[in-house]
Design a protein around this ligand. Structure first.
Ligand SMILES: [Zn+2]
Length: 428
């Protein structure tokens, strides 16, 4: 009888105590997932996160670099560690059928209405950052130093980190001694992977305009045909990576779009190409750009294009610099992660040619040790099916991308907390 009473009392107590910390973070994740916002429009997201960080006791600066949030927690002497989470979502229509699917539509840059989805998992990154911050405050007697958690706008357009730095992130606030971040990936939840050294690529976008002398399709000898020139240029561009760059230095040149002409029998005046170029080192990046210039001009000259109609190459905005994971810092942090989730759950993986603007925080002078690792987000059964070839596993940016939230969040929070405590304690 006594046991029964005690049992009832403890049930009442538990329900009065409210939600567990893990449930709160899961709720936050689902809320963020259902309410995604496009790059530079992360107003509600950043307000909510700023509130959460204030509740935890952080000193919070809102609307930094438009929608960014900088939160600082000083906990005695020790290093400054920055943890960064990105906030923006993508113009993708969600097709996961989850009960917390996004139904949000927003106006894109060009004022067209688009569906919006957290298809890159930035909702997981934000929820993990809040969860780890909470854990670190709970465990504040176990470390000392300054914890800086930032929520960055506009990662998807490669601009957010640049603007945060331009607006004085490392002057107006304590300058970090170390930078840490994670990104979700399509491999089993509960696992972590990482790459030492160059991990993600320099990302450049370029627009090439090819000019010709238009005319009637039946009298090509009276024209200079930009369509033929565009074709020659596209084929010659393929020789940059295959014939000119050292094969041991990764590089990509992709022509993603070609537009020109209006009718069967008209030779147009102009053709436009859109390219993306990828590399790791600054040298290879420079080589690719200068070789593209040489090829477009050389091919134009060979076709007899007039001197005042040479093709033009325009590089788009700021490029996204390569992510370089500082090897010594990687070794240090991997050690802490191994201790927290076991050696069997963390693996070294190959570098990729995708881009992430987190690398910019490490490239400042003097450089700051920087590390972004990958956090598994796939449901294990779904991942196993994909290994057996029964299904295609949706990757990031897919409308079907659906992280398994409970193990993904708990592993993310666990490893980020362990990494932070390790960094604080071993770098006094
Ligand atoms: Zn992303």
């Amino acid at each position: 009888m006594l046991y029964k009473k005690l049992f009832i009392l403890s049930v009442i107590f538990l329900s009065l105590a409210g939600k567990s910390s893990a449930d709160e973070i899961l709720d936050l994740y689902k809320h963020l997932h259902s309410n995604p916002e496009l790059s530079w429009q992360e107003f509600k997201t950043s307000n909510l996160l700023a509130d959460k960080m204030e509740d935890l006791g952080f000193t919070v600066t809102r609307n930094f670099a438009k929608t960014g949030v900088v939160s600082i927690y000083k906990n005695g002497k020790g290093p400054v560690l920055m943890i960064r989470a990105d906030m923006d979502a993508l113009p993708v229509e969600e097709k996961t059928n989850l009960e917390y699917s996004s139904k949000i539509k927003m106006l894109n840059n060009d004022k067209t209405e688009v569906s919006v989805m957290h298809a890159c998992g930035h909702d997981i990154h934000m929820a993990v950052a809040v969860g780890a911050a909470k854990e670190l405050i709970n465990l504040k007697s176990k470390w000392s130093g300054t914890l800086m958690v930032i929520f960055q706008p506009a990662e998807e357009v490669g601009q957010g980190s640049a603007r945060m730095l331009e607006e004085g992130l490392f002057n107006k606030f304590p300058r970090p001694d170390f930078n840490l971040a994670l990104h979700v990936g399509s491999f089993p939840a509960g696992k972590v992977t990482y790459t030492k050294g160059y991990a993600m690529a320099n990302v450049d976008m370029a627009d090439i305009t090819i000019f010709g002398v238009g005319g009637h399709g039946a009298y090509p000898h009276r024209t200079k045909d930009p369509i033929v020139l565009a074709s020659k240029i596209i084929l010659s561009l393929q020789t940059i990576v295959s014939r000119e760059i050292d094969p041991l230095n990764p590089a990509v040149v992709t022509v993603g779009s070609i537009h020109g002409g209006s009718k069967h029998n008209i030779i147009p005046d102009e053709v436009k190409l859109q390219l993306t170029m990828r590399s790791y080192t600054d040298e290879v990046r420079g080589e690719i750009i200068s070789k593209i210039k040489r090829i477009i001009e050389g091919e134009a000259i060979s076709l007899g294009i007039p001197e005042n109609k040479m093709p033009t190459l325009k590089l788009r905005d700021q490029y996204t610099p390569a992510l370089y994971n500082t090897p010594d810092f990687v070794d240090q942090v991997v050690g802490y992660i191994e201790k927290s989730i076991g050696k069997e759950n963390i693996f070294e993986s190959s570098a990729v040619m995708g881009g992430e603007d987190f690398g910019r925080y490490g490239r400042v002078e003097p450089k700051i040790p920087t590390f972004l690792f990958w956090l598994g987000a796939s449901e294990i059964e779904i991942w196993e099916k994909s290994i057996r070839g029964e299904i295609d596993l949706p990757g990031i940016h897919s409308p079907f991308f659906a992280p398994d939230p409970v193990p993904t969040l708990s592993t993310g929070i666990k490893v980020m907390t362990a990494a932070a405590i390790g960094v604080f304690n071993d770098n006094k």
